[in-house]
Design a protein around this ligand. Structure first.
Ligand code: TPP
Ligand code: MG
Length: 661
């Protein structure tokens, strides 16, 4: 291979990547070796960024969907002057380093998304590209294209196999996201060997069918061809682009073309041989030649000049369009629960039975004018999840300014796209479906939580209250699943007031997703619900005397708890009812507060919830009992199911009396 500066630069990316994997004695050298020329061409010639302003809103997004190739990304970030030093590369995969095993959002400047799970990156990138179009439609003015960035994805065979990318790409094609460009590192190898064993379709034809313009580059080392394809992809703003680039996994190593190079260090001698074969001048690990260093620095200077030009334009824009500028300011500022509940009429409700899904829909519509960056939708269930914003248009290929999103029947992609919308910046997105289908999006909800980003999940039809649709549609274990996921606020309101606070919590969150768990069926308005709902658990009914028994419940079961307490009182049993819209918020409260709600000396406690009992043990303790559902539901009217499965005053009273015997 010719020893010019370009080859030297590409080989430096390769060398740093394999050195990092070797030092860590773990990681993935194969893809970095094969895909380095692609990444280099993209970053060198196309990607706009400023390493000193890694959050610049109009930067081009680069999402490494093949997250296992993290060493490649970290090498690029180092060479292009991001805050990733040689020492950080030496710390690859070590405790609390900024170079974790897979790219983790929030750990490393320049990492746009957490992408260890295959498919997560590409699908989130679709959300980023949607966000870009929305922000452009909202803010760009004649002569001021303040938002015109591209979203680039580097994906592998694994990403192409995962269903979530099909869901997301199908939507991307429909939405004609012309600034989304997928580069497919097509090396025909995954962990078990040749892709022939499990993956033989024509991926380009599939993407063509989705509505992408597709390209084939026969040789990933042909950087002219890679560059030409990217140029063409960029020039087509009417369709997203898919560039399949044939590469060799483990290129130039002794494991070239073999799955053996996928996920294990090459070995020191093999690295020396590789460097010799590449005609790479440095044998010492982690060495970047002076000339190469200067070359990357020069590129960074040019990129900074682009950034500076943008900043000048943006400053002019703000003067010329003060209204848009102040709107922009608002979109990028935080809002508190207090700000929200002060919205005129936010907490006004009629005293009549209503479902919390309908109430949630009211809250969305009370919020939408105050939060013009609120944007969201459902996986084809908007009329059931009540998530449409009135008088707002739909986001479509012809109308990117629309705020009502339509994900189609694609829960998994919906959540990942929601992540991408959130990650882009400036937006407050929500996504919605039936609670039972939380299972279909759980992997991406887990990533919202792991990335600590405030996507709101609206889950309706939250129990056997669904009724006739039967067990397939009746969530049982989903509350426990969500509650056992770290960094998610799970909030199941009991009435209008609690729903309003739930939405205030969700809309003001900055560092975690919120899951609002809502009923299909009507619930009465309760007398004593209040802002204390934000403490996760609070007393909503109490006996005059010190209580003998505590009933705890969430959502639709709080009314049953109160009715049961009243019945127990008639029999001389002093009963307190604690509404627990959020177990995790309650657990965060001070010991004093928790003691005031659940006094230690009152050990007779019953948890009432139309779902698995598993998440209540910590509050119920060893001396309590449950009126919960540890089996699947049934197909019958909801009120019949509640009765048949023991959600009756009689059953609660019986259990209470047994407990107190
Ligand atoms: C959802 C998910 N399933 C499985 C894995 C484990 N895994 C990591 S890489 C990989 C194979 C990926 O193959 P490819 O994308 O072709 O990468 P290459 O081997 O070419 O580097 C698998 C199965 C994962 N990271 N995410
Ligand atoms: Mg592969």
């Amino acid at each position: 291979m010719k020893n010019n500066i370009t080859n030297n630069a590409i080989n430096t990316i390769r060398a740093l990547s394999v050195d990092a994997v070797q030092k860590a004695n773990s990681g993935h050298p194969g893809m970095p070796l094969g895909a380095a020329p692609i990444a280099y061409t993209l970053w060198e010639k196309h990607l706009n960024f400023n390493p000193q302003a890694p959050k610049w809103i109009n930067r081009d997004r680069f999402v490494l969907s093949a997250g296992h190739a993290s060493a490649l990304l970290y090498s690029l970030l180092h060479l292009y002057s991001f805050d990733v030093t040689i020492d950080d590369l030496k710390d690859f995969r070590q405790f609390e380093s900024n170079t974790p095993g897979h790219p983790e959002y929030g750990y490393t400047d320049g990492v746009e998304a957490t992408t260890g799970p295959l498919g997560a990156g590409l699908s989130a990138a679709v959300g980023m590209a949607m966000a870009q179009e929305h922000m452009a439609a909202k803010y760009n003015q004649e002569g001021y294209p303040i938002i015109d960035n591209f979203t680039y994805v580097l994906a592998g065979d694994g990403d192409m196999m995962e269903g979530v990318t099909s869901e997301a790409s199908s939507l991307a094609g429909t939405l004609k996201l012309g600034r989304l460009i997928v580069l497919y590192d097509s090396n025909a190898i995954t962990i078990e060997g040749s892709t022939d064993i499990a993956f033989t379709e024509n991926t380009r034809k599939r993407y063509e069918a989705y509505g992408f313009e597709t390209f084939l580059v026969e040789d990933g080392n042909d950087i002219e061809a890679v560059n030409a394809a990217i140029e063409k992809a960029k020039s087509n703003l009417d369709q997203p682009s898919f560039i399949e680039i044939k590469t060799k996994i483990g290129y130039a190593s002794n494991k070239e073309g073999s799955e053996k190079s996928h996920g294990a260090p090459l070995g020191e001698q093999a690295i020396l041989d590789l460097k010799a074969k590449l005609n790479y001048p440095h044998t010492e690990p982690f060495t970047v030649g002076q000339e190469v260093k200067a070359h990357f620095e020069e590129t960074v200077q040019a990129k900074k000049a682009v950034y500076n030009t943008w900043t000048t334009m943006f400053n002019e824009y703000k003067e010329k369009y003060p209204q848009l500028a102040s709107q922009w300011e608002k979109d990028f500022s935080e809002i508190t629960v207090e700000d929200i509940v002060e919205i005129d009429g936010y907490l006004d409700f009629e005293n009549k039975p209503m479902s919390t899904r309908v109430l949630s829909g009211m809250m969305i519509n009370r919020l939408k004018d105050h939060l013009p960056n609120l944007i969201g939708g459902s996986a084809d269930l908007a009329s059931s999840t009540m998530t449409l914003m009135d008088d707002e248009s739909s986001f479509s290929a012809d109308n990117y300014v629309g705020r009502n999103l339509h994900f189609g029947v694609r829960e998994h992609a919906m959540a990942s796209i929601g992540n991408g919308l959130t990650l882009y910046g400036g937006l407050k997105p929500y996504v919605a479906t039936f609670f039972v289908f939380a299972d279909f999006l759980k992997p991406m909800l887990r990533l919202s939580a792991l990335m600590a980003i405030p996507l709101t999940y609206v889950f309706t039809h939250d129990s056997i209250g669904v009724g006739e649709d039967g067990p397939t549609h009746e969530p049982i274990e989903q509350l426990t699943m969500l509650r056992s996921t770290p960094n998610v606020t799970v909030f199941r309101p009991a009435d209008a007031t609690e729903t309003a606070y739930g939405w205030a919590l969700a809309a003001s969150s900055t560092n975690k997703p919120t899951a609002l768990i809502l009923t299909r069926q009507n619930l009465p308005q309760l007398e004593n619900t209040s802002a204390d709902a934000l403490k996760g658990g609070y007393v909503v009914y109490d006996s005059e005397k010190a209580c003998d028994l505590i009933l705890m419940a969430s959502g639709s079961e709080v009314t049953l708890a109160i009715d049961s307490a009243k019945a127990l009182e008639k029999d001389g049993i002093n009963t307190r009812v604690v509404s627990v819209p959020s177990i995790e918020l309650f657990k965060e409260q001070s010991l004093e507060y928790k003691e005031s709600v659940l006094p230690n000396n009152v050990r007779k406690r019953i948890a009432i919830e139309a779902g698995s009992s598993l998440s209540w043990g910590g509050l119920v303790g060893l001396d309590g009992d449950y009126v919960c559902l540890d089996h699947f539901g049934g197909s019958a009217p909801g009120d019949v199911l509640f009765k048949e499965f023991g959600f009756t005053v009689e059953n609660v009273v019986d259990k209470a009396k047994n407990l107190l015997k």
